[in-house]
Write a protein that binds this ligand. Structure first.
Ligand code: ADP
Length: 495
């Protein structure tokens, strides 16, 4: 078991050692300081006060004498009630090992005791109080705790209640033995604690060590690693978090590999075509103006495809990058949509497309114009690429309360229900290809860009599609908080 001076186990052990030393110091200070004696005295006085007040409570009650006698015997107190003329009314010596249950009388009062009673009575009267508490060395080496109180009695006039008790104090040698014993037990306990704490600490840290080993494997790129935090709630939670993070990394890694494979495949095809056509122009068709023109057009088309693909990848990585913060400001979605549609106007003019647009006057939202335009462009572009032979595309933007809803519909083949959940995934392309690729896309990234953009905008989105009848892609987002409420007016426009 190698000792790691910076490890938690060693740090915990040194912490524990310090606590032990501090405890030992406190015990020593208490043992050898006057504090213990002071505390003992306090506790004795609490007991004397308690017995004194119980006796005073009993005094004057029916059956008082026998009750007070019982207290004296039970608590081992000498209790005497004496008149102001020093005549003993009641006296029980509970301190005797075999106490005399019959009350004693004047004859049993020694001259010393009589003198003490006189002194106490004088002191009490001088103090002006009703109770006097004092200690006197009545027996050798021991101080007697005395409780002396004045009471009034109809029968005897002013009387005094005298309570005296000796608390058994351990002898000096007993006390010393006790101190040594406490010290020894404390030191032995501490030694055991310190000796045991290091292996115990190691045992506690076993799951942490296991997790660290697995994390090191993960750091070296082993994504198949498993995290086992079994033993403690905290380490189990840590293991679960690391397992989740590893699963995310695995998914990310698969995505990355897939994207790389697909992208390189898609780059290879146009590059091959460009190379072949360029060679053909150089070797064969260079002098034939018509063929050269056709081959050059193909080269340009493929180069454009490459540019589109690269642009889409750049856009996606911008959205993916955690360092890219999409700046959101108030924008008018209606204006952004109208602007986007102008890019498609040429298709209406030259390719026979019909764009039926119903767009509300204004739709202020909190968003990013560039990314929103991108999402709208991709959705409308897909409708163009996949719509049916009638080349119809419906676009609508409507406000309902505090929500604005965008829809784009086409009349194409639609999407089968089993494919619906996958189309938003990066690089998903249905097996069948575009009915036509008018907008030059076809990378399989378009919808995943739309998904990212709409997620950033907190928008709800989806698609309804009926195979052979067409699809309707939609999204809804909240209007800007200070948007003016309007009646649902929409400007119809058909191109
Ligand atoms: P692509 O560049 O291949 O169109 P997208 O991410 O934009 O990639 O779309 C992913 C897939 O979703 C497409 O390959 C297609 O199968 C399907 N799709 C998207 N829009 C439509 C639509 N309007 N009609 C039918 N299928 C669609």
């Amino acid at each position: 078991m190698a000792l790691n001076l910076r490890g938690i186990a060693f740090r915990a052990w040194t912490g524990l050692a310090m606590v032990c030393v501090a405890t030992l110091a406190v015990i020593l200070v208490i043992q050898f300081s006057p504090l213990l004696g002071y505390l003992g005295e306090k506790i004795h006085w609490w007991s004397v006060d308690d017995v004194g007040s119980r006796v005073l409570e009993e005094y004057g009650q029916p059956g008082a004498e026998s009750n007070i006698a019982q207290i004296a015997l039970a608590e081992h107190y000498d209790i005497m009630i004496v008149t102001a003329l020093e005549r003993v009314v009641f006296w029980v010596k509970g301190s005797d090992p075999t106490p005399n249950v019959d009350p004693l009388d004047d004859a049993d009062v020694t001259p010393e005791l009589r003198l003490l009673l006189q002194t106490l009575a004088n002191e009490l009267e001088l103090s002006g109080r009703n109770v006097l508490k004092t200690t006197r060395p009545l027996e050798e080496g021991e101080s007697t705790y005395i409780y002396f109180a004045r009471v009034e009695d109809q029968e005897h006039g002013t009387c005094y209640v005298y309570l005296a008790v000796n608390f058994a104090e351990p002898s000096d040698s007993d006390a010393q033995t006790l101190q040594i014993q406490v010290l020894l037990v404390t030191i032995i306990m501490m030694a055991i604690l310190l000796a045991a704490s290091l292996p115990i600490g190691h045992r506690f840290l076993l799951p942490v060590a296991r997790l660290t080993k697995s994390a090191q494997r993960l750091a070296h790129g082993d994504l198949s690693v498993e995290f086992n935090g079994h033993g403690f709630t905290e380490t189990e939670q840590l293991a679960a978090t690391l397992t989740y993070a590893t699963a995310q990394l695995r998914e990310f890694d698969t995505d990355r590999k897939e994207l790389l494979a697909n992208v390189s495949h898609d780059l290879k095809t146009p590059l091959t075509i460009i190379r072949i056509y360029a060679e053909t122009i150089r070797d064969v068709s260079g002098d034939d103006a018509f063929k050269r023109q056709t081959h050059c057009d193909t080269i340009i088309e493929e180069a454009n495809r490459l540019t589109d693909l690269v642009n889409e990848i750049v856009e996606l990585s911008r959205l993916d990058s955690s360092s890219t913060t999409v700046v959101l400001t108030e924008i008018d979605l209606a204006e952004v949509l109208r602007d986007t549609l102008t890019s498609f106007a040429i298709l209406a003019e030259t390719e026979g497309y019909t764009f039926e647009a119903s767009i509300v006057d204004t739709a202020p939202i909190i968003g990013n114009e560039h990314f929103m335009k991108r999402a709208l462009y991709n959705l409308i572009g897909n409708a163009v690429n996949y719509t049916g032979d009638d080349r119809f595309i419906g676009v609508s933007l409507a406000r309902r309360g505090q929500v604005v809803r965008f829809e784009v519909t086409d009349t194409g083949e639609g999407i089968t229900p089993d494919k619906l959940p996958t189309i938003w995934e990066r690089y998903y392309k249905s097996r069948g290809h575009h009915s036509r690729s008018v907008t030059g896309s076809g990378s399989g990234i378009g919808l995943s860009i739309v998904k990212r953009v709409l997620t950033v905008h907190n928008a709800r989105f989806g698609v309804q599609s009926v195979p052979s009848s067409g699809s309707c892609f939609w999204f809804e987002c909240d209007l800007a908080p200070d948007a003016e409420p309007i009646l649902d007016r929409a400007a119809d426009h058909t191109a």
